[in-house]
Write a protein that binds this ligand. Structure first.
Ligand SMILES: Cc1ncc(COP(=O)(O)O)c(C=O)c1O
Length: 465
């Protein structure tokens, strides 16, 4: 009995209503305009400036959700949402998320909730096997890839700087990554006080992959000037074009030079689960750390970032600090997650991935991802054959970058028109100093006909001029 909460009867009544809403929404997301037709500030203005002094009935809250909140939603679950990296929440993942919210445990220590800690170890081990990584990779869940990469760079620094823990950082550390790396790498370096001047953006080849010989040369130049190279971050599936850095060649250099090698596979790491794509993570088995985001292309509700580290001892060295109130019995099987990260507490994220992995199974995951990649390649061929358009980059995964031959302004205007139409949602980028449109295919609800319906909207609007 929880006298100050919803009664069991009320919870059941509104719970069923919410589940009905979700079931209908997932079935009919494709009928909404993808992007909302709202102006900035519209929702803020529609809601009271202060919270109510007295509680309100659930009917009114649900009514306002429908009437005010939903119209301001950009529907990432929509089958024609192709912006950024297209992600979606599966039904199984939503159910897991609901139960995690109900249990509301905190997985900071083994004893604070054994189920959260041990299920996290189980799903991280399952995913590690799907990715083809060896057993020595320790897995821990973070909210986002940005947090995972921050932890990787922090661990690399702890390894490079013996005195870091007691004395603080010594100057001269240099981090290397490609000019197409995600901004989270540079942000991680910023947050750790390394300074942007000490982040080297290594040049890429014609297919936007880091050039190992330029990496080696940059390291040599820094050493010659007395600086201390300590970490390299390669990317499997860059944000701009999903290019795949030569992981094995980077790993060789990292080993030879004593650098920590972190791999950012936030989106693309998942593609390497397919037999035909195993080459993408070749060499990763010897790397120091890697991040993959199930909340991007593994149909797990946001947020869930899987961080793997082959040197958990270094994570502990970097992040473990145990105040007396958190001290617990030493037992090698009782993992205390707080020892391996900056946050103390964490949600029961493992539950939703456990639901998703069990409900899909490896074969179905691979089938969906394989379809997305095949449709992207097919779309790229169709775009390339159209006289008004050109494809801007190779398509190794499920992202097609293209532009109007008429130039940047025309391409930008086209993107606006497509998004305003509500028929599809795309995002833009600048590649080689030219504006490009991106169609990302990664949504569980997307079928081949959705991809070509989105393309029809783009093509028709372009042809109308
Ligand atoms: C390659 C890559 N790394 C990192 C990130 C950052 O992801 P998160 O939002 O989980 O921090 C992204 C986001 O799209 C990405 O594409």
């Amino acid at each position: 009995m929880r006298p100050r909460d919803l009664s069991p009867e009320e919870f059941r009544k509104y719970g069923y209503e919410v589940v009905d809403w979700i079931a209908r929404y997932l079935d009919q997301t494709g009928e909404y305009p993808v992007a909302p037709r709202v102006q900035p500030g519209e929702l803020v203005d529609a809601l009271p400036a202060s919270a109510p002094a007295e509680g309100e009935p659930m009917e009114r809250i649900l009514e306002d959700f429908d009437k005010l909140v939903v119209p301001a939603v950009n529907h990432w679950n929509h089958p024609r949402f192709h912006g950024y990296f297209s992600v979606s929440a599966s039904g199984a993942g939503i159910l897991g998320e609901m139960l995690a919210a109900a249990l509301n445990v905190n997985g900071m220590l083994w004893k604070s909730c054994p189920a959260a800690v041990e299920l996290e170890q189980v799903v991280m081990s399952w995913l590690r096997q799907w990715l083809g990584l060896p057993e020595e990779f320790f897995g821990i869940v973070h909210d986002t890839a940005s947090t995972s990469t921050l932890h990787a760079i922090g661990a690399a620094r702890a390894m490079a700087d013996e005195g870091l823990r007691e004395e603080g950082a010594a100057p001269g550390l240099v981090l290397y990554t490609s000019e197409h790396a995600h901004s989270s790498v540079e942000k991680g370096a910023l947050a750790l006080g390394l300074g942007r001047r000490n982040v080297r953006k290594i040049g890429v080849d014609g297919e936007y992959r880091m050039r190992p010989e330029l990496l080696a040369a940059a390291i040599a130049a820094d050493r010659a000037e007395g600086r201390r190279p300590f970490c390299v971050v390669s990317t499997v599936g860059t944000t701009s074009v999903t290019s795949v850095d030569p992981v094995a060649a980077v790993q060789e250099i990292a080993e030879g030079e004593g650098l920590w090698h972190h791999i950012d596979g936030a989106y693309g790491g998942v593609a390497a689960m397919l037999e035909e794509n195993r080459w993408m993570l070749k060499g990763a088995e010897r790397a120091d750390s890697l991040v993959v985001n199930p909340h991007k292309w593994l149909f797990t509700p946001i947020d869930f970032s899987a961080f793997y580290c082959r040197r958990p001892d270094v994570l502990r060295k970097a992040y473990s600090l145990v105040p007396p109130y958190l001290a617990s019995q030493e037992n090698p099987r009782a993992v205390n997650l707080m020892d391996y990260r900056i946050p103390l507490g964490s949600r029961f994220r493992a539950l939703k991935l456990w639901f998703v992995m069990r409900s899909f199974g490896y074969e179905k995951f691979c089938a969906v991802i394989r379809d997305h990649i095949a449709w992207a390649k097919e779309l790229a061929d169709v775009v390339a054959a159209h006289p008004l358009f050109e494809v801007a980059a190779p398509v190794p995964m499920s992202l097609v970058c293209f532009r109007l031959k008429a130039g940047d302004e025309a391409s930008k205007a086209l993107l606006e028109k497509v998004n305003e139409s509500g028929e599809a949602f795309l995002s833009g980028n600048v590649l080689d100093a030219r504006y490009v449109l991106r169609i990302a295919i990664g949504n569980l609800g997307t079928q081949r006909e959705d991809v070509f319906r989105s393309w029809a909207a783009v093509r028709t609007l372009a042809e109308q001029g």
